[in-house]
Design a protein around this ligand. Structure first.
Ligand SMILES: [Zn+2]
Length: 327
């Protein structure tokens, strides 16, 4: 059953304030999202209603295991009140183009930029549903370069320009009939060779789908991997790209505008995939009529998404993550 306003999520900021006036109310809401069928012990799976050892401690009556509704989720061990977390989730989903860490810090009156930044990154992690299906039907796939500025890098004598780097990303866009675009997937890649693009296609597109690419030889093996493959050999002109690959062309320009607008072009290259995840979430939910529904979906995913600590985020692996994780 799909969630409904009034019953499952607030519709306006004023309703939001009524719904989440206390930490208890926030905890009860997250419990309902995490255990829609009622409490299930994370240790033994027992479904006997737990003993409440304190405001947040739940004690399993079957095995004695102690847990909290936030354990093992993106809210794990946070010192930020849940009211602030939910307000952040509300703000992030209500701003059509999202928000920068600085913007979030200001609007929530947070004491530290780092807190705002960490919250945003944890919320981004919850934007990827682990069980989401791969793209189907006709799917355009192409690569493009993004120019991004690393504000944290030391400024060279020649100025900020030298902190701007070009990074390569690969895009997949479902093409609907008779017109329009469906869902998308994005990922940063190291090269435009087959070793980068083929695992992305396999993780993002269902075999049997028809993949449209340019003339690049990197996609040669798609047919042998069970995909239909349409190669559009282009003659090096942007107009040709616009006409023959309208989906990737459109999405690429939206991403560029988003990074320049919401983030002033400043994204640390090591975190680019997290930003791309946020863009995918926004794009794939662009037809959601209610922003409250988006808030509900984000929190629903947040209570089943593994925690991530500041340490995990600031020391990311230099290598791109396993593509399997991306699916
Ligand atoms: Zn138990």
């Amino acid at each position: 059953m799909s969630p409904s306003p009034v019953k499952d999520y607030p519709r306006t900021w004023s309703e939001f304030l009524d719904w989440f006036s206390s930490e208890e109310a926030c905890l009860a809401y997250l419990e309902r999202l995490r255990w829609p069928q009622g409490f299930a012990c994370p240790n033994c799976g027992g479904t006997t209603p737990p003993y409440r050892a304190s405001r947040i401690r739940l004690l399993c009556r079957d095995c004695g295991h102690q847990s909290t509704v936030t354990a093992g989720t993106i809210f794990d061990k946070t010192r930020t009140p849940l009211k602030v977390w939910l307000a952040a989730a509300w703000y992030v989903t209500n701003q059509k183009l999202g928000v920068s860490a600085l913007g979030l810090q200001r609007v929530l009156g947070l004491g530290s930029y780092q807190t705002a930044w960490t919250m945003l990154h944890r919320l981004r992690r919850a934007m990827v549903r682990p069980d989401r299906g791969r793209l189907k039907g006709v799917v355009e796939v192409d690569e493009t370069y993004l120019a991004i500025t690393d504000r944290k890098a030391p400024i060279s004598p020649e100025g900020r320009k030298n902190n701007t780097s070009k990074v390569l990303i690969v895009l997949a866009v479902e093409i609907l009939q008779p017109k329009g675009f469906g869902r998308i997937r994005l990922r940063r890649i190291e090269t435009d060779a087959d070793v980068s693009v083929i695992p992305f296609v396999q993780a993002s597109v269902e075999p049997g789908a028809t993949v449209k690419t340019d003339g690049s030889a990197a996609y040669r093996s798609l047919k042998s991997l069970g995909y239909g493959h349409q190669r559009n050999v282009m003659l090096g002109s942007d107009v040709a790209a616009h006409v023959s690959m309208p989906g990737v062309h459109r999405v690429a320009s939206l991403i560029k505008r988003w990074i320049l607008g919401t983030h002033q072009g400043s994204v640390q290259p090591a975190h680019l995939n997290a930003y791309l995840d946020e863009f995918v979430f926004r794009f794939n939910h662009r037809t959601s009529r209610s922003r409250g529904m988006l808030f509900y979906r984000l929190l629903q995913q947040a209570v089943v998404t593994n925690p991530v600590t500041y340490g995990d985020i600031v020391v990311p692996a230099e290598e791109p993550a396993e593509v399997g994780e991306w699916n």
